[in-house]
Design a protein around this ligand. Structure first.
Ligand SMILES: [Zn+2]
Length: 150
């Protein structure tokens, strides 16, 4: 996909969104640093440990990961609040990192919402009904809020 399409989230007619698993988006998770509230980064390698690094205050944290929680506006490893989140319809729109956000935006703002069928448990299949039924205008405003520099 050309970068111009990726950036604008627009797709040519008939193009399907790639099927992605949430695992594709959790190698780096953007969180609110528990010490200074700047953006911290959690990096995780499959079957390895998760490491939090904050470039602003130099805070670090590490833990061995044997299970993780998906589906809430907190990181799966330390349960820190995600950096990329915004209120929407009394709930929360969130993403683990800019790539995850760009994927959700491209899918949700696409009227066709067509995903290449390949396997189950994709990111899109796990999206809650309230989000899938949110009107386009509301989604556009929410994405504008979440993309605003903090
Ligand atoms: Zn910090």
């Amino acid at each position: 996909m050309p970068d111009s399409q990726r950036a604008s989230g627009s797709y040519t007619r008939g193009m399907k969104h790639a099927a992605m698993r949430i695992e594709n988006f959790i190698e780096e998770v953007w969180v609110v640093c528990p010490h200074c509230s700047a953006t911290g980064y959690i990096r995780w390698a499959f079957r390895g440990s998760a490491q939090l690094v904050c470039p602003t205050c130099s805070a670090t944290r590490e833990r061995k990961v044997n299970r993780w929680t998906y589906g809430i506006a907190f990181d799966p490893f330390f349960q820190l609040p995600l950096r990329l989140q915004t209120p929407l319809k009394m709930k929360t729109l969130w993403a683990y990192n800019p790539a995850h956000l760009a994927y959700l935006k491209a899918f949700l703002l696409d009227p066709k919402r067509d995903v290449a069928a390949s396997f189950s448990s994709t990111v899109v299949e796990r999206l809650p009904r309230w989000l899938l039924t949110t009107r386009r205008r509301e989604l556009e405003r929410a994405f504008a809020r979440i993309e605003r520099p903090k």
